[in-house]
Ligand binder design. Structure first.
Ligand code: FAD
Length: 510
């Protein structure tokens, strides 16, 4: 039977069993489409990365003997929508059977489900063979529970997949070495140069420009530095293991004005587009550690592996367990707009300026910048989670809804009311000062809570707790904050709330 097999832009898994044999009756299709470039305003580097990786994938697999139909963004016959394109290909190529890889995104899942109802030929879907868990494993694991504890899931993953295990016990005697992993970076060890490519992506960039796609951020199309094919992704991973892993955990939470990447792996695009699989990555990490235990200690390795087999798989499971309702969640009923400076980086708060400007130039910020700087501020500003999601879904190289929304709406904005986390991630300037050198060069004074140049994070922090007392005071992990607040004098409380009111009224000018 003449078969059409659809591959989406984030399904570039060369190791998939589909490709284990050539078959002249099978036609693979990859499509660049406006429905994907326009559902949110993306960073230019993100669109360039996806199109470049898709084009490279086609070339490599064609060389291995597979037949491909590749629809470019400006091709005359491109209908710019998944359903319309597939229907027209089925007709034109006299396709008798349609197959697709299960998408990671709810939106696309819905589209494909309705597409197969609308076409008259047979169809089926298969797994992408990328993740360690199935779509619904988390839902089954936590069935009946209100809160889904990541740590429980993570331990199960370690055991089920025999990762960092010594029989039934965790290697090193502990499941979690987070306590060893919370240092500020003061230049103690040099940071190896960021590994990068000088990919020439001018052609892709031109195509995006000619199509008139609206994007944000900047790109150097002569020296594009993200890995865009499997070989580059593997080289990136190797470099990380050799050069960065020895200090990954130690400085995982650190932030620095002059260092954008510190010891982070920047592998998220390669992972999320499936150029590399989590299992391969974990195996490389463990091998590097086994070969050089003098240089790499278990805290670094465990810290990294927890992100990949813990958090990443966990977020995907939450997504499938809770969509589509998750996208509507707004526990605090926040409705304020996202301040304009999120789109320009023009703010006097150094931590925000650095994190946002870097996001615009690099399409990247590391986890703590996303969570404790931009995410924290958006929460303290009581921003509508829809606006926050739009920003995160557009700006980052790795932003795909299943992992963006669970991190943003869930972990960072607590809009799910406590499915992903047990309390909101909130911090005042004290945290920023502890974990970074941002405050040293800031217009605002991190020690001041009220008055001129008082750091906005301080009064907004207390204002937040005060505003949401009804929703938060019952939470055991937070009740201590209310005891501290209640001990403050009426004058101090009034001054803090007044300061916060002023800042909220002038949020765009901060
Ligand atoms: P490293 O620090 O080197 O970590 C290694 C890998 O672990 C990452 O590549 C990623 O695959 C995985 N990982 C780490 N933390 C998480 C997490 N919380 N959830 C899922 N996987 C994790 N990650 C995305 O891939 N896409 C997103 O759209 C995204 N949006 C985020 C939004 C917010 C508000 C927050 C707080 C976090 C978000 N994250 C997202 C998670 C995390 O910040 C990024 O995965 C990470 O910064 C990517 O950089 P890296 O590859 O250098 O990561």
């Amino acid at each position: 039977k003449k078969t059409l097999r659809l591959i989406l832009g984030d399904q570039l898994n060369q190791k998939h069993s589909w490709f284990s044999e050539e078959n002249d009756d099978v036609l693979y299709v990859l499509m660049e489409m406006r429905q994907e470039t326009d559902y949110v305003t993306h960073h230019i580097q993100k669109v360039v990365s996806f199109f470049s990786a898709m084009r490279a994938f086609k070339v490599e697999l064609e060389a291995k003997g597979h037949k491909f139909l590749y629809i470019k963004i400006n091709d005359a016959g491109n209908k710019q929508s998944l359903k319309d394109n597939i229907k027209s290909i089925i007709k034109e190529h006299k396709i008798e059977h349609f197959e697709y890889l299960l998408p990671d995104e709810y939106r696309l899942d819905q589209q494909l489900r309705s597409l197969v109802e609308e076409i008259s030929i047979s169809s089926n879907s298969v797994d992408t063979e990328h993740f360690l868990t199935g779509r619904n494993d988390i839902a089954d694991f936590f069935s009946g529970k209100k809160q889904f504890l990541m740590e429980n899931f993570y331990r199960k993953m370690r055991k089920d997949h025999d990762i960092l295990m010594d029989g039934k016990e965790p290697i090193g005697g502990k499941w979690n070495f987070d306590h060893d992993n919370r240092n500020k970076y003061k230049g103690e060890v040099p940071i190896p140069p960021a590994y990068s490519y000088k990919n020439d992506v001018k052609e892709v960039f031109k195509d995006i420009e000619n199509a008139g796609i609206k994007t944000i951020g900047t790109v150097d199309a002569d020296n594009f530095h993200w890995p865009i094919d499997r070989k580059q992704a593997l080289q990136f991973a190797r470099y990380f293991c050799r050069e960065l892993l020895p200090y990954f955990g130690t400085y995982q939470d650190a932030m620095h004005t002059e260092e954008q990447f510190l010891f982070h792996s920047r592998i998220s695009f390669a992972l999320n587009s499936k150029l590399i699989s989590p299992r391969e990555l974990v195996d490389k990490i463990i091998k590097a550690w086994e070969e050089d235990q003098d240089k790499i200690n278990i805290a670094q390795v465990e810290g990294y592996i927890r992100q990949v087999i813990g958090w990443r798989e966990y977020m995907r499971g939450i997504y499938w367990a809770k969509m589509p309702d998750y996208a509507e969640k707004n526990f605090f009923e926040h409705d304020r707009p996202l301040p304009d400076f999120y789109w320009t980086g023009k703010t006097k708060m150094k931590c925000m300026e650095k994190s946002i400007k870097q996001s615009l130039t690099e399409a990247y910020a590391h986890h703590i910048q996303r969570l404790m700087v931009t995410g924290n501020f958006a929460l303290l500003n009581m921003t509508d989670p829809d606006e926050v999601d739009k920003w995160y879904l557009g700006i980052y190289i790795d932003a795909i809804e299943w992992v963006e929304i669970t991190n943003t709406r869930g972990m960072s904005q607590f809009a799910d009311g406590g499915i992903v986390g047990s309390k909101p991630y909130l911090a005042s300037a004290n945290y920023m000062h502890k974990m970074s050198n941002y405050c040293a060069n800031c217009h605002y004074d991190h020690k001041k809570k009220v008055g001129e140049k008082a750091c906005p994070f301080n009064s907004l922090y207390w204002n937040f707790y005060n505003t949401h007392r009804d929703k938060l005071a019952k939470n055991q992990r937070i009740s201590m904050m209310y005891r501290t607040w209640d001990k403050k004098s009426d004058q101090e409380k009034e001054d803090l709330l007044k300061q916060a009111d002023y800042y909220l009224a002038h949020a765009d000018e901060l």
